[in-house]
Design a protein around this ligand. Structure first.
Ligand code: M6R
Length: 592
């Protein structure tokens, strides 16, 4: 993962680098660092842990440099430590670089360098790159980058400063995102546009295998030794990161925003009680779709599972889901007229991007971040327009994804005349009522808060339910483990007796979802748990520990997840954890 930034300006780059890194922190917070050129030297500051540590370290330092690079790290090779933090420096202290990606053949390259008596101070693949550049460098950075691109295997976006080219930052990209931003008197490099949204809206996305340099007034891009003519484009950078006001965390804020995200998607796509997808290219292929393949990771995979249910239930289209990191290695029998749906909040998830070469039919993205790497490679996109999601644990984007999947399912079913006019209208009417029902849940959160006080002391939690309830259990369980560090597992309730029930005792809490029409079966499973002294907290529409409003069977995933999101939030608050930045995680997972 990691976020990188570089800036050539006409005045000090300190604030630009630090502000940019603040915006890029969602990409990793194991360590951070900056390098800049001042008084004929490359100066570097690094800190382990969150960016605040680097900010504190540099707060009294006057930086008089107008050229610098910065990095937020999500550790892959080598533990989070000062030695492994970027920027990485050549042994002669004349080259410094930051890297986002993974070098697969770094050990082979390291062996070559060790044979040349090159010394290493850390364990990262990135240090190998800077030492290799030092080894091949003959005074022309562009020549070195051309050679480097032939040698490196893996993914990389690199920003590099060379002491003997003190007014330029050099770059090379393959597989990891990198763009150039053009300000009035500055030119920037960054992993994303949001890090630069206070400075410019003119951007140029660097393509794979391209390399070049920026200065404060110009830039050049090359590919395979040839100069490439490029232009900046204006990009909408509306996804402003709002400051927390009345909320204690972004997770809390974003849970409360979910209802607005759903409402916004519905309002923009339902006119006069009809779903209007006329502006989308997918319209042209809908009649021919014979099967649907849904891909995602983490919560986005959980959305995909619910999508499959919707498409098979409403549209009768055979659908399959794959965890994106497994898809390229799974024997798949290709079918014709496939609709691929790629679901991702960030649009930067490397596991999804690596599936692209295998997808030879229409690709629809359900994505939050516009202009993200994945969205640019889709045939069409449904953008969630959920605003920035800052908390690592996704909430509002997950509900936005589900809303689009419901709309698409209902739209196709109606277009293919698989559902009656009355059912179509009742589905739309009920979908429109969901934001209000979510509001009722949010207003009625005290019982969940009280329960979080109990569950915070448990080490193991199970989530049980059947059918759609089970699919929500998967997401509820991921949310709980991700932000509270409590081990949890989702099990279809009927499956408990096939093994897992042996773990049930008085030290295990089970959260049971009872909204599907199979609730009576789950109720029997609850009895089995209670007979073994296990404790149960049930969520249903009535007669349970926590009651949610009722809706049509197919829409329960939109409601049930909300108390589970709140439970994770309150439990993490009770445990005094860093809610928005849980340990070991990053918001955008840009490595495979
Ligand atoms: O940006 P994406 O939706 O592609 O991210 C996929 C997963 O990494 C993400 O959903 C992750 O599981 C969340 N942290 C869950 O809250």
């Amino acid at each position: 993962m990691c976020g990188i930034i570089g800036c050539c300006a006409s005045s000090s780059i300190k604030d630009i680098l630090i502000n940019g890194l603040e915006r890029l922190e969602y990409r990793g917070y194991d360590s951070s660092g900056i390098s800049y050129i001042e008084n004929g030297k490359i100066i570097t500051y690094k800190s382990v842990g969150k960016l605040i540590n680097l900010k504190n370290k540099t707060k009294d330092i006057n930086i008089n440099s107008s050229i610098g690079i910065g990095h937020n790290r999500w550790a892959t090779h080598g533990e989070p430590s000062l030695n492994n933090a970027h920027p990485h420096i050549s042994n002669n202290k004349k080259i410094s670089l930051v890297h986002n990606g993974i070098i697969e053949n770094y050990l082979e390259i390291k062996d070559i360098l060790l044979g040349q008596n090159t010394s290493f101070y850390g364990k990262t693949d990135t240090e190998v790159i800077v030492k290799y550049i030092e080894y091949i460098y003959k005074g022309n950075p562009l020549d070195s980058l051309l050679t480097l691109n032939k040698v490196l295997k893996g993914t990389y976006a690199l920003c590099i400063i060379f002491l003997d080219h003190p007014n330029k930052i050099f770059f090379l990209k393959k597989g990891s995102p990198l763009l150039i931003g053009k300000g009035k008197e500055e030119i920037y490099l960054s992993s994303d546009i949001f890090s630069l949204q206070n400075y410019t809206n003119l951007f140029l996305y660097i393509k794979d295998n391209q390399y070049g340099y920026i200065s404060n007034s110009t830039y050049q891009v090359f590919e395979d030794g040839n100069y490439i003519n490029t232009n900046f484009e204006k990009y909408d950078s509306k996804q402003i990161v709002e400051k927390l006001t009345t909320y204690n965390s972004y997770l809390e804020k974003e849970i409360y925003e979910s209802k607005d995200v759903i409402k916004n998607i519905i309002t923009k796509h339902i006119n006069d009680s009809k779903i209007d997808f006329s502006k989308y290219k997918i319209n042209k292929v809908i009649d021919n779709i014979e099967n649907i393949v849904l891909l995602g990771c983490g919560s986005s995979y959980h959305s995909a599972l619910i999508g499959k249910y919707i498409f098979e239930d409403l549209c009768k289209i055979p659908s399959s889901t794959y965890i994106a990191s497994e898809f390229p290695y799974t024997p798949i029998i290709k079918k014709t007229n496939t609709l691929y749906i790629l679901i991702s909040q960030s649009g930067e998830t490397a596991d999804l991007i690596s599936c692209l070469p295998l997808l030879d039919d229409f690709k629809l993205g359900i994505i939050n971040v516009k202009n993200s790497s994945l969205s640019l490679k889709m045939d069409d996109n449904f953008f969630l327009e959920a605003g920035s999601e800052i908390s690592v644990a996704t909430t509002k984007a997950y509900l936005g994804q589900l809303t689009f999947l419901y709309l698409l399912g209902i739209y196709i079913a109606n277009k293919k005349q698989l559902i009656s006019k009355e059912y179509y209208l009742s589905l739309i009417q009920e979908l429109e009522s969901i934001p209000n029902k979510i509001k009722q849940i949010l207003d009625n959160h005290q019982e969940i808060k009280d329960f979080s006080n109990i569950i915070k002391d448990y080490k193991n939690v199970f989530f049980i339910g059947r059918n759609l309830d089970y699919l929500t259990c998967l997401e509820g369980s991921l949310k709980l483990k991700e932000v509270t560090y409590i081990h949890s597992e989702a099990i279809p309730s009927g499956e408990l007796k096939h093994g897992t029930i042996s773990l049930i005792d008085q030290d295990v809490y089970t959260i049971a979802l009872l909204s599907s029409n199979l609730r009576n079966k789950t109720k029997s499973n609850i009895k089995e748990i209670e007979s073994r002294k296990g404790k149960v907290f049930s969520i249903s529409t009535n007669d349970s520990n926590y009651n949610i409003p009722s809706t049509l069977e197919i829409f329960y995933p939109l409601l049930q997840i909300v108390p589970l999101q709140l439970l994770s939030l309150y439990t993490a608050e009770n445990k005094k954890l860093d809610i928005d930045k849980p340990r070991n995680l990053a918001k955008s997972v840009t490595v495979e």
